[in-house]
Design a protein around this ligand. Structure first.
Ligand code: PEP
Ligand code: MN
Length: 625
């Protein structure tokens, strides 16, 4: 049951409730859900809900109607995110776990680990205790295999995942491994479930070969009831009458689980299909269906693999797949971040050097703006997101050191550049240290009792109006009131409590302020993407540097721009953006902003940079990222 606590509950009242629950033998979890303080109590005490409703400090008692309790979304409405080192499973970044079916040798594991890391995996998988159908098949390298996995982590920085097949392996797992996997064949091995619950390491819990979703969630309940909340559910195909694939991948389990449980869900298309060619299509579908990640078998020499060679992707195929996932993820509001681990290290390094231990990043507007989302998707939960009233104030706070980073939009695929930020990049001596692109889905948001008929005014920033032009033209009678940011607009209409007021903003902003979505997806074109850059004072020590941004001006003579562009052409450098901006105080003179695919501050680029210096009147490197 869920005990919703009164707002003004005293500590004594809370202690009293907790001690009664403990006495009655309940498992107790205290949490804050959507601004309410609640106590989740699971067990079968003798008292009924009325008894608890009478206790001082309890506002109401809600029974949990499902057989699984701790894993239920009724108890915990927000998504659980499982932290594995720098990796957060279940957040807005897609988690890719990849590696061979079995660890076969040090060389094999290291070779594959380096390949999968290069192509975007953030965790490495490899079995050391293999539950094989035949006792005569390769059974795994056992402890030797675990030692190799630990070496892989040392060498690559990838956290390692492996299957535990017996409670007797618990100590070894504690010593060598980051995530333990409970395999399909052991999903209902209750002693093993209790064991992984007690050891407290993150767990990948695979769905049993012939298990229902409810049985699977009950198995997760075993782990949580032992005090371990770090459970990742992994659908890996179920037994059906269909022989063309090894198993039948139940992708509908994703949306079903997402309503039933708060736990993250990943998909293993390798064991689900058993056939190399079928793995990538199902992996792409899984991400489109809302999976939080993938577990993929990859082998550099699958013909000689000691297990599951026919379903293992070649590293290059795996690379193609992650490129596809990179494109698909923003469509459903997520990211595949190829620089996930490097970035985490870079930010970590910064925290050690600035002495505070915490980084802060400023973004425009209130919590729930797209800038806020860009900030949390870029940094994960490592950096505190700080609301800021204007773009200029973001640049100021970064300059003064009040925050470590700023996240600002630079261009939108429908409406073009955000010139104010281009001008600020010129004015301030700050650097671009990263970038992130988000799909922008706008919603019409109003009071819970509002509808098209009651609306008279719509609040949002001018850019959102532009992006929703066609929709707004169909409602020409509405007054468009420009405000600074989308989430601020929702907050304002929430405060006015007037059914005539609506806002255009993200779904998250509506949820945060308890407002209703009246119409979803009202942007004119669904291919509405905004590119944000992350700014800082210094370059990130270890950050990735694939792309660079420059600003330059040339003399006012024929061929001046051509001379500069020729340098890029002669050196085989691809420009991904070129835009001119007027120079303030010099009418009809222009600065050029370029993005190029090169690391301009590297030794190798130095001769090119010297040439550029020669041919330009002004040259500023904004950063490589
Ligand atoms: C595995 O991941 O290597 C494995 C044996 O998977 P499953 O338990 O899903 O068969
Ligand atoms: Mn396998």
């Amino acid at each position: 049951m869920i005990l919703v606590l009164e707002k003004g509950i005293t500590q004594d009242q809370k202690n009293n409730i907790r001690s009664i629950l403990f006495k009655e033998g309940y498992i107790v979890r205290e949490m804050s859900e959507a601004g309410q303080n609640i106590i989740g109590a699971v067990g079968k005490g003798g008292k009924d809900t009325d008894f608890f409703e009478q206790l001082p400090g309890v506002a109401k008692v809600i029974p949990i109607s499902t057989s699984f309790k701790l894993v239920s979304r009724q108890l915990h409405t927000e998504d659980t995110q499982v932290q594995v080192g720098d990796v957060l499973v279940g957040g807005e970044r897609i988690t890719i776990i990849a590696g061979p079916c079995a660890v076969e040798s040090r060389d094999q594991a290291l070779t594959i680990a380096r390949e999968v890391k290069r192509y975007g995996a953030v965790l490495f998988r490899g079995g050391a205790f293999k539950p094989r159908t035949s006792p005569y098949s390769f059974q795994g390298l056992q402890e030797e295999g675990l030692k190799i996995l630990a070496e892989v982590r040392e060498a690559t920085g990838l956290g390692v995942v492996t299957e535990i097949t017996s409670p007797a392996q618990a100590d070894m797992m504690m010593k060598y491994i980051d995530v333990v996997q409970v395999g399909a064949r052991n999903m209902q091995n209750f002693e093993l479930l209790k064991c992984v619950g007690r050891i407290g390491k993150p767990v990948v819990l695979k769905r049993g070969l012939s298990s229902t979703i409810e049985e699977w969630l009950m198995s997760a309940e075993y782990i949580l009831s032992e005090g371990n909340d770090k459970v990742i559910l992994c659908e890996r195909g179920i037994r059906t009458f269909e022989p063309y694939t090894r198993n039948t991948l139940d992708l509908s389990a994703i949306p079903v689980l997402k309503t039933l449980t708060h736990l993250p869900v990943i998909i293993d298309p390798s064991h689900a299909t058993g056939i190399r060619e079928k793995v990538s299509p199902m992996a792409r579908a899984a991400i489109a269906a809302g999976a939080d990640g993938l577990m993929i078998e990859v082998h550099h020499d699958p013909d000689h693999a000691l297990s599951d060679g026919p379903q293992s992707l070649y590293p290059k195929q795996f690379g193609q797949l992650t490129r596809d996932i990179y494109v698909i993820a923003p469509v459903i509001g997520k990211q595949l971040d190829f620089d996930y681990l490097d970035k985490a290290k870079a930010v970590d390094h910064l925290s050690k050097t600035n002495g505070t231990g915490i980084q802060r990043a400023a973004f425009l507007g209130e919590i729930g703006t797209f800038s806020h989302k860009a900030c949390t998707q870029y940094f994960g939960n490592k950096v505190a997101a700080v609301p800021s009233p204007s773009f200029k104030s973001i640049f100021e706070s970064v300059k003064s050191g009040e925050v470590d980073f700023g996240v600002v939009p630079l261009e939108n695929s429908l409406t073009g550049s955000i010139h104010e930020n281009y001008d600020l990049l010129l004015e301030y001596d700050l650097r671009i240290v990263g970038e992130i692109t988000l799909r922008i889905i706008h919603h019409l948001i109003g009071q819970p009792d509002a509808g098209f008929n009651t609306i008279k005014r719509v609040l949002s920033p001018p850019m959102a109006f532009q992006q929703c032009r066609q929709f707004l033209e169909r409602h020409a009678g509405w007054d468009l009131v420009p405000v600074k940011d989308t989430a601020g607009a929702v907050k304002e209409i929430g405060e006015s409590a007037n059914p005539a007021d609506a806002a255009i903003a993200s779904k998250e902003a509506a949820e945060i302020h308890g407002m209703e979505v009246i119409e979803e997806g009202i942007e004119t074109n669904p291919r509405n993407y905004t590119r944000f850059v992350v700014i800082g004072i210094d370059r990130l020590e270890k950050g990735p540097r694939r792309k660079s941004s420059l600003i330059f001006s040339t003399g006012n003579q024929p061929g001046a721009l051509y001379d500069v562009l020729k340098i890029f052409a002669d050196n085989g450098i691809n420009l991904v953006k070129l835009e001119s901006r007027p120079i303030h105080d010099k009418p009809w003179e222009y600065m050029f902003y370029v993005d190029l695919e090169a690391e301009v501050e590297s030794e190798a680029f130095k001769p090119t940079l010297d040439l550029l210096d020669d041919k330009t009147d002004y040259l500023k490197v904004l950063g490589s990222y």
